[in-house]
Design a protein around this ligand. Sequence first.
Ligand code: 5GP
Ligand code: MG
Length: 485
Amino acid sequence: MTRELAGPQEKCGVVGVSLDGRAAARPLYYALYALQHRGQESAGIVTHDGFQQHDHVEMGLVGDAFEESDLDGLAGEVGIGHVRYPTDGSVDTSCAQPFSVSFKSGSLGLSHNGNLVNADEIRDELAGHGHAFTSDGDTEVIAHDLARNLLEADLVRAVRRTMNRIHGSYALTITHDDTVLGVRDPRGNRPLCIGKIDDGYILASESAAIDVLDGDLVRDVRPGELVVLDDDGTGFESYQLVEADQTANCFFEHVYFARPDSRIDGNLVYDVRRELGRKLWEESGTDSDVVMPVPDSGRAFASGYAEAAQEDGASVEFAEGLMKNRYVGRTFIMPTQDARERAVRLKLNPIRDVVEGKTVTVIDDSIVRGTTSRQLVDLLRDVGAEAVNFRVGAPAIISPCYMGIDMATREELIAADSSVDEIREEIGADSLSYLSVEAVADALDASEADLCLGCVTGEYPYDIDGEATDRTVERPDVGAQPADD
Ligand code: 5GP
Ligand code: MG
């Protein structure tokens, strides 16, 4: 896997549990199942039984990666887990997680969702101190940095030192021997939340993972906060280690990536998508016979759109005119345009009876390369749509994501250097509208300054080589000795 910032970035799911009187492996396994949408390339679990660390990391889906005997071998009441997103489709176990390492003062397991901007600088600096790296991933950089700091400082100080050196997005679950930690970067770019389950506590990327364990969401981990789960499963300690003036929550988690049944930073994702759909109607509603979602991700948007339209007295009807074959995965990351197009055709099939002779509004959450929308407009015309209006539940994606969402490169982004009308022309729709950035901030009940909008504005909340920033940010000087705490 390449590690250039311009290349595909990782989005992942992380989890950690500390239980009392019950092995951690199975709850971790079920939690990973609930986070499967966040990563299908590899799955892994690290546990600690009080004496030693155990790990099992395997390529593939959660259900395929673990046998019963693997789970039995993962002894201990504490542990962490990880699912990793496919990037270029290559099979590469060196980047599968959790990353585990043993060093002088103990063992570490680390699961990372996000992407560091300055990993190379830190890797070079640590290599100069004799650290040997086995992968070119940034997770290993965090693990080594933390391991080094743990030789000189207690746990909380060591984490703070590492946080003061790494720049970028990270939601981490960590085992340090039999202690489980959760860390969220100072701008809270990627989600992480705390839950209470029957016999312990859980940290997870999304609250849906707490739900499947019949637990209750306690709250989100705060940006810049370290959470340390008590090893007897009775509670957790909180340390606000770094303060940032502004947050940089990723809006795309709400638009596409997260499950609609998850609650992130105070918002239920389903409600946000419905609200974005309502705003689409307000901003660019158009009369048509039917409004239909591109399944599955367009569904909540289309239902919000239809509801707002009907409240306004429009006679538009909500319909499911596109069926999805749920066994076709990963169309987005297929290596060639030809393969992606064939996959979209396999994945989505229109229902002629719903569409024929009708004017149609189709709603998808996002347009990235334009593969899906171009094909769908064609398909809908083939089965007799009178008109095809395309509405998008996000602003135009004009710039790559460096923060952990796997988007295309700038050259591949259909909106990178085309006007909306040029895109409309290219996908062959009768009309095309995106949602405004203001509408996104509104639906999230956040100010634009507290969101990461890099992919839709081209201005990032981190200091990224060759890109503009929308705030005052400084990369840490990783050569400097950490100022003590
Ligand atoms: P496009 O076909 O324009 O390249 O991508 C847009 C479609 O891909 C939309 O249906 C959207 O739901 C989906 N999508 C957007 N971002 C991602 C992503 O990061 N991964 C995957 N698999 N699909 C995505
Ligand atoms: Mg989709």
